[in-house]
Design a binder for this molecule. Structure first.
Ligand SMILES: [Zn+2]
Length: 114
């Protein structure tokens, strides 16, 4: 019996906000995570060749995933203001559109408010 699948969504758990609220929070959190990652990036030397360990930018509450990316990769992603890097399975379809899958993470583009 697949009882788990039959369980109704939002069955009284305090954390089960409507998806739209989660999506809005995730979208705004992405900017916060980006700010942290930029500080990490700026603390690296320009000629640093080793990949950096950065935060997953999915913006979901409780996410502690780490994404490994080189300086050039990070700069490439962040050259587009609405692009973020997330764990491959952390894409929030309501918030993000997949642009490209890379080794260990995905580049997503945040949907505009419309
Ligand atoms: Zn994440």
């Amino acid at each position: 019996m697949a009882t788990d699948l039959d369980r109704p969504i939002g069955d009284g758990e305090a954390k089960s906000d409507p998806p739209s609220a989660d999506a809005k929070r995730a979208a705004s959190n992405q900017g916060l995570f980006r700010a942290v990652n930029e500080r990490i990036r700026n603390s690296n030397r320009e000629d640093e060749k080793d990949p950096m360990s950065l935060l997953c930018e999915c913006g979901q509450a409780g996410c502690v995933a780490v994404i490994t990316v080189g300086l050039d990769g990070f700069d490439e992603i962040t050259s587009q203001p609405n692009r973020f890097m997330v764990e491959l399975d952390h894409l929030v379809p309501e918030v993000d559109r997949l642009i490209e899958s890379r080794d260990g993470f995905a580049i997503v583009e945040q949907r505009s408010g419309s």
